[in-house]
Design a binder for this molecule. Structure first.
Ligand SMILES: Nc1ncnc2c1ncn2[C@@H]1O[C@H](COP(=O)(O)OP(=O)(O)OP(=O)(O)O)[C@@H](O)[C@H]1O
Length: 532
């Protein structure tokens, strides 16, 4: 209050004096309340401690230790015989409970505050809630309750900081549960379905922070067994961070693989060829391969391919034109009959595999040829998927100037890239922000890349199987394409165009190499193996 003379006069009410014993009672009640809340929030810990104390008092130390030792032995046998169920029902929950207490709860408030996820409300700091931690063999899955006013994208923006805050290198934030509800069958399926309905309910108030505890992708991935009849909706190509197998859904899609040089694009393409090899031999799949690097990548597997072009760009353009012809013929035949083509040996899946696509779309000098190739590629990419004429292409530089049809590839894979902007170019807008750090791959990470899981926008880190030259030779020997595989064009009344012969090199006046070696290197002999 201001007096007439302008002085400020502060008026205070009489202070209420509380007796000391009331204050003491208040403090005690507060501590008891806090302790009760602590116990209520940790029912399992409390149950274990109370149970252990009771057993010890009733039966002594031997009474306590015997069941512990027996339990450990049973658990070891369980893990040895059936690791998957052991991790699901025993190891995962116990380790999750332990890590929740000793790793996450201890650092939670500090980590949330320093990562910028804590807020102030009503003059009090509030932090997102740590609900639970579940572990599997390789990952920690932390369920977090968001504060009101927060959205999953706020957590996704600081994913990297969160991972490092808890001492891990890799992490990702998912807005929804990673797994789908299992398919239940049997007598009590109805009861399980009821449980699943609760467990897998939509929870828009929580986010899932997945941290890689043991990086399973550090070791090289051995090739997966190739089924004799490939399932085109689930071709096993790579190992996931959670040690499961990542399978490519190849039906009715085109696949783009972006990766800087020497990052393992070859291993993605060869893993795909291996997964398809059963179908190649039975005639269910025909691989038409374009290798603009003169056959350096694919020539070794030549018997696997129905068609192969590696030396002349005219032949590559012809191959693409002929793929368009197959597509057109199928469109006419299948229009009004089916909407998506189903591969059969009479009407196989045609997969056009292109290594280093930029050689066809950007670096080619011949303008007319470039235009022809661009037309065929545009047609195949926009109309071929539904009729079973697919394109799988690899390239180093994903810029629009290099690959104008980038957006026509529904399935994308990003291996190590050189610039952060390239990650979104390959995987789609926002992929890097959601955790696809393909530009930060360490040098050892050959064949490691990010893929987008079906049905979710979230990226997943995987390592493709490493197919050695010996594997390729073995595949070529055991699963060659049938002899008639190259004649698919006979169905559309066209002949396979022969590759135009390139002029022979000028004869040297004096050979620099021994004749036997020159004969072995003679390009005509090598070209005989090509079907152009
Ligand atoms: N999945 C993998 N696991 C382990 N090592 C791999 C894997 N893939 C590739 N490598 C290693 O990385 C090297 C480069 O692989 P690759 O030739 O497939 O890369 P690329 O991206 O196709 O290269 P380029 O751009 O030259 O075609 C290979 O020599 C191989 O040793």
């Amino acid at each position: 209050m201001v007096t007439r003379s302008g002085d400020v006069m502060v008026l205070r009410r009489n202070r209420l004096t509380i007796p000391w014993w009331v204050s003491l009672l208040g403090v005690l009640a507060r501590w008891v309340g806090r302790a009760a809340w602590w116990f209520l929030r940790r029912p399992r810990t409390v149950a274990v401690v109370v149970g252990a104390v009771w057993v010890r008092s009733e039966f002594g130390w031997s009474g306590l230790l015997t069941p512990v030792v027996l339990g450990l032995a049973a658990s070891a046998v369980w893990r040895w015989r059936h690791p998957a169920s052991w991790w699901l029902w025993c190891g995962g929950p116990v380790l999750g409970w332990w890590r929740q207490i000793v790793v996450y709860r201890r650092a939670w408030r500090e980590a949330m505050t320093l990562c910028g996820l804590a807020k102030t409300f009503d003059h009090r700091p509030v932090v997102p809630g740590l609900l639970s931690v579940r572990c599997d063999e390789a990952l920690d899955i932390v369920t977090i309750r968001m504060l009101r006013g927060q959205s999953p994208s706020e957590f996704q923006k600081v994913t990297e900081k969160l991972a490092y805050a808890f001492g891990r290198r890799h992490g990702r934030v998912y807005a929804e549960r990673l797994e789908d509800p299992p398919n239940r069958s049997g007598r009590y399926a109805w009861a399980w379905r009821l449980v699943d309905r609760v467990r897998f309910r939509d929870r828009p108030t929580v986010v899932y922070l997945v941290l890689v505890r043991t990086d399973a992708l550090r070791s090289i991935v051995a090739p997966f067994p190739a089924p004799e009849v490939p399932d085109f909706t689930a071709l096993p190509l790579a190992r996931r961070e959670d040690l499961r197998i990542w399978c490519l859904h190849l039906l009715a899609t085109h696949v783009l693989i972006g990766g800087a040089t020497r990052r393992g694009k070859g291993s993605v393409l060869w893993s795909l060829v291996r997964a398809l090899s059963g179908g190649i031999a039975s005639g269910l799949v025909r691989l038409w391969v374009i290798d603009p690097k003169g056959g350096m990548e694919f020539a070794m597997g030549r018997p696997l391919f129905a068609r192969f072009a590696s030396e002349s760009f005219e032949a590559m353009a012809d191959l693409l034109d002929e793929a368009v012809a197959v597509m057109r013929e199928r469109q006419q035949r299948l229009a009004g009959v089916v909407r998506v083509h189903t591969p059969t040996s009479a009407d196989p899946l045609v997969v056009v595999v292109i290594d280093e696509m930029a050689a066809l779309t950007a670096y080619l000098q011949d303008g007319d040829l470039k235009k022809r190739i661009a037309n065929s590629l545009g047609l195949l990419l926009s109309q071929g998927a539904g009729v079973g004429v697919l394109v799988v292409a690899a390239l180093q530089d994903p810029r629009k100037e290099v690959l104008p049809f980038r957006d026509l590839f529904p399935t994308r894979i990003a291996l190590g890239l050189t610039e952060d902007s390239q990650v979104d170019m390959v995987l789609g807008d926002g992929a890097r922000a959601r955790g696809a750090r393909a530009d930060q791959m360490p040098r050892w990470a050959k064949g490691v890349g990010y893929v987008i899981l079906d049905g979710t926008p979230d990226p997943l880190r995987v390592r493709f199987s490493f197919i050695t030259d010996d594997h390729i030779r073995e595949m070529a020997g055991t699963h060659p394409a049938p002899v008639e595989a190259a004649d698919i064009l006979a169905q559309v009344g066209r002949e396979t165009a022969p590759e135009p012969r390139r002029p022979s090199p000028r004869p040297r006046s004096k050979p620099l190499l021994p004749k036997a070696l020159l004969d072995a290197l003679d390009p005509h002999q090598r070209r005989d193996g090509e079907t152009e």
